[in-house]
Structure formats: C-alpha cells, structure tokens
Design a protein around this ligand. Structure first.
Ligand SMILES: Cc1ncc(COP(=O)(O)O)c(C=O)c1O
Length: 328
C-alpha cells in the first residue's frame, strides 16, 4: 500500500464513533505519494534499472493535482481568493482539470482557457468538474487569441478573478519538489537519472531542485517534442500535449536541466500504444515521449544506474487521439 486513508476529524461528529471511520475530508487529501513501477520488461538494458512514476494515481488523474492545490493554498494565504471567487487559468488540460476538481471542492468558479489541440476527453473532463472551458485557436503566442492571452484578458475583465498563472508562478516548481523527495525515498537514494517532459518546466525543475540538493550528480533529462524550441531546435507544429512550446516560459529554469531529448510525435505515440498492450500501463503521449527518452538515457548510462521516468497522466485522456483505430 502506498497510500493510507487518514481519519477525518474535520466533520461534525453527528453519529456515534464517527472518529473511527477511515476517510479523507476530500480527495485533495490523496494527492501525491504516487507509485514507482518497474519498467524492466519495456526498457531492457543490462545493469540499468528503469522505473516509471505513475502520476495518474492522483485524484483528477495527473501530476498537476500537486500544483493546483498548492496554487490555491498560496492564493488563499495571500488573501487573493475571496469565498466564491473565480479562478481563471490557461492550461493544456491537466492543470485545468486539477484546478476544476479543486475549485469544485472549495466552491470557486473555474474558467479554463485551453488551446484547440487539447484532446476532446480533457475538455469534457474539465466541464464534468463544472469548469467553464474556453477553447482558443492554435496561434502564435504574440496573437491576442493565444490561450495564455485570452486567459489574462478574461482575468483582467472579471471582477474578483484570480489567475494563478503556472507559467510564471514560483509555487509551480516549489510544489513539485515533493515529487523529487518521493523519488529519493522510493529509490532509497539510488536514483541517478530523472527523465521528465518539459511543459511549464515546473515538474522537472522542482524535481531537480529537490534531488540535486541530495546529490548534485543526479542527472535531470528534459523531454520535448520535435518542433519545440527549448533545446534550440526550429519551431514547427507537434501533436503531443502538455510538453514543448515555441517560447521559453518563465517557469522553466534551463540551468537545472542537464540535457534535453527531442522525441517525435510518431515515436512517442507508438511507445504509448505499446506500453498499454505489453505492460498494462495506460499512459498519455508525453509519458510515451518520456519512455522513448528514458530508453536512450538507459543505453548511455553507466552500469548500476537507476533511471526514473515521469509519467504525468493517463491514456484515458487521449483514447480518441492516440488509441483510436487498429494497433500500430
Ligand atoms: C500531459 C503532460 N505532460 C507533461 C507536462 C509537463 O509538466 P510541466 O508543465 O510541469 O513541465 C504537462 C503539463 O501540463 C502535461 O499536461
């Protein structure tokens, strides 16, 4: 068992022995402490051990539950969110889903602006949690119709609205330090490499800050799609969601990332489909990209290395996009 429900003492004791009931006050109490799964059947490299950190175990289904709650807690502490306020955020879908869940629990109105390429499943999920979803066209960031600009405009126009802005908010990477601490503990301090997709960069930078504090020799490998420019490549369109951009967000501190691997859409999606069939691990496209990059890292690594791949979300969010049609 990697999670243990805690006794809920927050509700009124209106029945006998209510304090004996094993329950959480709400599902945000189950965020984090996600499992590591061995990848030994998928990445076969003598004397190198590979593991995946399966973030779809978080309550709304992705790594972004960790930051959503931290962003709301921070805003509440700073008095930026009055009861019933509106939270507005640009998101490629997972932060939006996590915020939609957390806002439902805390009774905030939630508005998410997402780019057109976001999967239909993610848009439907955000709406199911009660969020209003604005779909913005896939245009350059300079264009006022870009999802980040639409969100900023809506936040400025809506009285009492707050935009956490994961792309510039330091709380994003700070909240992700916990993932590094979990990896350190779960690998008994033997981790040598972490491979993580780069979107806002919060996940990779938070992990890097935590792990390099334990052992500066740990290598953090960032992963971006071919066509993203973080590693210096030329911009072109790509289909993988959540990672890569045509600009470097403020939240991405490249000085914490040791190397960057580029993975093309087709190799990421082929890997994503393969691991579902061969290992029963139903993950999203950015997770598939992290596994392609991890296989490269494992090939180059010294004997005795321990490689951990971040697997940010579930394939259920991409059934119509990655898994439709006969197996490739
Ligand atoms: C599916 C998926 N993978 C990876 C990432 C990258 O995480 P980060 O923004 O922390 O770099 C995201 C971010 O939204 C995502 O949605």
């Amino acid at each position: 068992m990697f999670r243990r429900p805690v006794t809920d003492t927050s509700t009124t004791m209106d029945c006998a022995r209510a304090d004996d009931i094993e329950a959480v006050a709400d599902l945000t109490g189950l965020i984090g402490e996600t499992p590591l799964v061995s990848l030994r059947t998928l990445i076969v490299q003598p004397d190198v051990a590979c593991y995946g950190k399966v973030e779809y175990f978080n309550p709304s289904g992705s790594v972004k539950d960790r930051i959503a709650v931290a962003l709301l807690d921070d805003a509440e502490r700073r008095g930026l969110l009055a009861p019933g306020a509106t939270v507005i955020e640009p998101s490629s879908g997972n932060t939006g889903t996590a915020l939609a869940m957390a806002c439902a629990i805390r009774s905030y109105t939630c508005v998410i602006v997402t780019p057109e390429k976001t999967s239909a499943e993610k848009v439907a999920t955000m709406r199911a949690y009660g969020a209003q979803v604005v779909v913005a066209p896939n245009v350059a960031r300079e264009d006022p119709r870009h999802y980040t600009r639409v969100a900023a405009r809506l936040a400025a126009e809506t009285p009492g609205a707050y935009m956490p802005d994961q792309y510039s908010n330091p709380v994003n990477a700070l909240a992700c330090r916990q993932i590094g601490r979990e990896i350190w503990r779960q690998t008994r301090g033997r981790v040598t490499h972490v491979v993580a997709g780069l979107g806002t960069g919060g996940t990779a930078c938070g992990i890097a800050a935590a792990l390099k504090g334990e052992d500066p020799a740990i290598t953090v490998v960032g992963v971006e799609p071919g066509g993203s420019i973080y590693g210096g490549g030329e911009p072109r369109p790509f289909a993988i969601e959540g990672i890569g951009r045509h600009y470097i967000p403020e939240s991405l501190d490249l000085s914490l990332i040791d190397t960057i691997e580029n993975v093309e859409d087709d190799e990421a999606f082929a890997m994503t489909r393969r691991v579902a069939r061969e290992a029963g691990l139903l993950i999203g496209g950015s997770s598939g990209a992290a596994l392609v990059a991890s296989a490269r890292v494992a090939r180059r690594a010294r004997p005795g290395s321990v490689v951990v791949a971040m697997l940010p979300d579930s394939g259920r969010a991409y059934l119509s996009k990655i898994f439709a049609g006969p197996p490739a």
